[in-house]
Design a protein around this ligand. Structure first.
Ligand SMILES: NC(=O)C1=CN([C@@H]2O[C@H](COP(=O)(O)OP(=O)(O)OC[C@H]3O[C@@H](n4cnc5c(N)ncnc54)[C@H](OP(=O)(O)O)[C@@H]3O)[C@@H](O)[C@H]2O)C=CC1
Ligand SMILES: C[C@H](CCC(=O)NCCS(=O)(=O)O)[C@H]1CC[C@H]2[C@@H]3C(=O)C[C@@H]4C[C@H](O)CC[C@]4(C)[C@H]3CC[C@]12C
Length: 292
C-alpha cells in the first residue's frame, strides 16, 4: 500500500504539472478585427459574448428575433470598442434566415472568421407530455438552423481558416430529466458536429469546431425556468461567455463550463452511468416540477 502511494504521488504531481503548464491563454489581440457572427445575442450568454468580443475589438454581427434588444446590444458593443457592430433580426424557424445572416456578413466584411451558434427556442422544464410539435420546432431552431448556418458559412470560414463554436449543454452529453425535447436537439448537435469535425480533419480543412458543454448558468431564462426546481447554484454568464470565446479562439475540440463539475460527471457517465443518473435526479426538487 505504502509503495503504491509512493509511486502514485509523483505520477499525480506530474499529471497536474503538465496540465497546469499546458494551459493556453486567450490574448484579446487574437480577436481584434476578427469578423464574428453571434446568434441568440439579444440576451443571456450570447449578449455577454457580444460584449466580450466588443472590448477585444472584433467586428460583430448579432442575431435574434427581438429588434429593440438587438439595437441596444449593438449600441453597447460600439461603446465598448467593437470595430463594427450590426444586427439581423428574425426567427430561425424561418429556413431562409440562416443564409440571409451569412450573406449579410459577406456584404459587410467580405469574409468571416468565427461563427458562434448559440440561439435556442424557448423550452420548458417539465415531465414530457407527448408534445411532438414542440420537438419538431426545437429541432428546426436548435439543430437544423445550426446546420444551415454552417453550410452557408463554410466557404468563407475555409478561406479565413476560421472557427465554428457550437453552444451545447450537459443535457447534450448525459441524461437530465424534464428537458427531453431540448436534450434531443443538443445530442443531435454533438453527433452532427463531431462527425463533421472528423471530415474536416480528413480533408485537411483548416476550420475548427468547438463544442461547448455548459452546466447551469445564471441567465434570466434559466433563473425563471429552473430556479424553483434545481438545488445547485448557477455559474455566472459573463465568465461563461468569456470561456466560450477563449475555447473557440484556442481552437479547442470541446470546452467544459463549469470545468470540474462537468468533467467529473462525464467520467462518471462512462464508468457508473446509473450512479450519475441517480445523482442528477437528486439535484432536482421533483415536487416542484410541472406535469403538463
Ligand atoms: N442558461 C443555462 O443554464 C444553459 C444554457 N445553455 C446553452 O447556452 C445557450 C444560451 O442560453 P441562454 O443564454 O441561457 O438563453 P437565453 O434564453 O437567455 O437566450 C436565447 C437567445 O436565443 C434567441 N432566440 C430565441 N428563439 C429564437 C428563434 N426562434 N430564432 C432566433 N433566435 C431565437 C433569444 O432572443 P429572442 O427571444 O429575441 O429571439 C435569445 O437571444 C443555449 O444554446 C443554451 O442551450 C446550456 C446549458 C445551460
Ligand atoms: C440544471 C441543468 C444543469 C445540470 C448540470 O449540469 N449539473 C452539473 C452536473 S451534476 O448535476 O452531475 O453535478 C441545466 C442543463 C441544461 C439546462 C437547460 C438548458 O440548457 C435549456 C434551457 C436554457 C435556458 O436558457 C434556461 C432553461 C433551460 C431549460 C436550462 C435549465 C437548466 C438546465 C436543465
Amino acid at each position: 500500500m505504502g509503495l503504491l502511494l509512493k509511486s502514485l504521488v509523483p505520477f499525480v504531481g506530474l499529471i497536474l504539472a503538465l496540465w497546469f503548464y499546458s494551459k493556453d491563454d486567450l490574448k484579446p489581440e487574437m480577436l481584434k478585427e476578427k469578423r464574428v457572427i453571434v446568434t441568440g445575442a439579444s440576451t443571456g450568454i450570447g449578449e455577454q459574448m457580444a460584449y466580450h468580443l466588443a472590448w477585444m475589438g472584433a467586428h460583430i454581427l448579432v442575431t435574434a428575433r427581438t429588434e429593440a434588444k438587438l439595437q441596444k446590444v449593438v449600441t453597447q458593443c460600439l461603446e465598448l470598442g467593437a470595430a463594427s457592430a450590426h444586427y439581423v433580426n428574425g426567427s430561425m424557424e424561418d429556413p431562409t434566415l440562416a443564409d440571409d445572416v451569412v450573406k449579410r456578413a459577406k456584404q459587410l466584411w467580405g469574409g468571416l472568421d468565427m461563427l458562434i451558434l448559440n440561439h435556442i427556442s424557448p423550452t420548458y422544464l417539465k415531465y414530457f407530455d407527448g408534445d411532438v410539435e414542440h420537438i419538431r420546432k426545437l429541432l428546426e431552431v436548435n439543430f437544423l438552423s445550426y446546420v444551415a448556418m454552417t453550410l452557408s458559412a463554410l466557404p468563407m470560414l475555409k478561406e479565413s481558416g476560421g472557427s465554428i463554436l457550437v453552444v451545447s449543454s450537459t443535457a447534450g452529453k448525459f441524461a437530465i430529466p424534464f428537458v427531453a425535447p431540448y436534450s434531443a436537439t443538443k445530442f443531435a448537435l454533438d453527433g452532427f458536429f463531431s462527425s463533421l469535425r472528423q471530415e474536416l480533419i480528413i480533408e485537411k480543412v483548416n476550420v475548427s469546431i468547438t463544442l461547448c458543454v455548459l452546466g447551469h448558468i445564471d441567465t434570466e431564462t434559466a433563473k425563471k425556468t429552473v430556479g424553483h426546481v434545481f438545488w445547485l447554484p448557477p455559474a455566472p454568464k459573463e465568465e461563461c461567455a468569456l470561456e466560450i470565446i477563449k475555447g473557440g479562439a484556442l481552437r479547442k475540440r470541446e470546452l467544459y463550463y463549469q470545468y470540474f463539475a462537468v468533467r467529473t460527471s462525464l467520467l462518471i457517465r462512462d464508468w457508473a452511468p446509473e450512479y450519475l443518473d441517480s445523482r442528477t435526479r437528486n439535484h432536482f426538487i421533483v415536487e416542484n416540477v410541472k406535469r403538463s
